[in-house]
Design a protein around this ligand. Structure first.
Ligand code: AMP
Length: 294
């Protein structure tokens, strides 16, 4: 396993692999890796001959009042994790390597970025689309792996690849959770002990939304109102959004009458956490009762 800091080094390595006829998978991350990231690396190692993990806290996807300066970093730990999971390269550039002086080209997207995190974080997806496009151009992977934890990001990247004819297969991977249900996230390290307990409200509220759907409720206003009420009962929680959107367009719907995403962003103290479920996963889950109800 090698840590590479420059675009030229990555290109050279990938070129050598290509000359041998090897396939390449890419796992884009912002580092501080945990089992959620590891599951993406596992999937890439399974599907491809070589795996590149990018480890870059991308300044462009942070708004002015967000946590760019405090975002946790630990390259040594990341290197151990990537090595243990069979990754071949960590690409860990400095911001100046990715954004040279005079950088002025961006990849932007309409419609899919209007709701959910796109609404609360206006510059976020422009930063994500731009950096992911650059990583695709640098690594030229056959496949790239993204977590369903960032469901809107996954939808946006799939859409970008289709719109811009990028010849890359986008693979969405399941959310990895702590034992008690909290979705793993690098930002969980910000939580105090008390906040960590309070953060479980996200998971419990999602399960409640699923319960309503399983019991036949399809009215989005009713489901989200009940979910918001549950969150409001947790004193340390403050809702950014709780919404149900069409899975393809990420636009709000009024009835759950098509494949949909139920997503939330909730502040626990100062830490903004996101979580979600896909209705299709609910219907396809092992519980035969779900299929009956649908
Ligand atoms: P990040 O480093 O937070 O930008 O995440 C990098 C990638 O890992 C994204 O595709 C995330 O969706 C994915 N990811 C983060 N947390 C999880 C998780 N708990 N389960 C699955 N994938 C995750």
């Amino acid at each position: 396993m090698k840590i590479l800091k420059t675009i030229a080094e990555v290109r050279e390595q990938v070129k050598a692999w290509r000359a041998e006829g090897l396939t390449v998978g890419l796992v884009p991350t912002m580092g501080y890796l945990h089992e959620g990231h590891a599951s993406l690396i596992d999937a890439s190692v399974r599907d491809n001959d070589r795996t590149v993990v990018s480890d870059f806290v991308n300044p462009m996807q942070f708004g002015p009042n967000e946590d760019l300066a405090t975002y946790p970093r630990d390259l040594e730990h990341d290197a151990q994790l990537v090595e243990a999971h069979g990754g071949d390269i960590i690409f860990n550039p400095e911001p100046e390597e990715m954004y040279h002086k005079g950088f002025s080209s961006f990849v932007d997207m309409t419609v899919l970025t209007e709701e959910l995190c796109g609404l609360s974080r206006p510059v976020h997806f422009r930063g994500v689309c731009t950096v992911v496009s650059k990583l695709f151009n640098i690594v030229k992977p056959d496949r790239a792996y993204f977590g369903k934890k960032d469901a809107q990001q996954l939808a946006v990247i799939k859409h970008m690849v289709r719109d811009l004819d990028m010849d890359i297969e986008i693979i969405g991977c399941p959310i990895i959770r702590e034992e008690d249900g909290l979705a793993k996230s690098s930002r969980n390290t910000y939580l105090s002990e008390e906040e960590r307990k309070a953060a479980l409200i996200l998971f419990h509220t999602l399960r409640y939304g699923e319960f309503m759907l399983k019991n036949g409720e399809r009215n989005v206003a009713k489901i989200t109102a009940a979910m918001k009420e549950k969150i409001a009962a947790e004193p340390l929680a403050k809702i950014d959004y709780v919404k149900i959107v069409d899975l393809d367009t990420m636009q709000q719907i009024t009835e759950v009458d098509r494949p949909a995403l139920c997503a939330m962003a909730v502040y626990i103290g100062k830490t903004r956490l996101i979580d979600n479920f896909f209705t299709e996963d609910l219907w396809n889950s092992a519980d035969p009762k779900n299929k009956e109800i649908k």
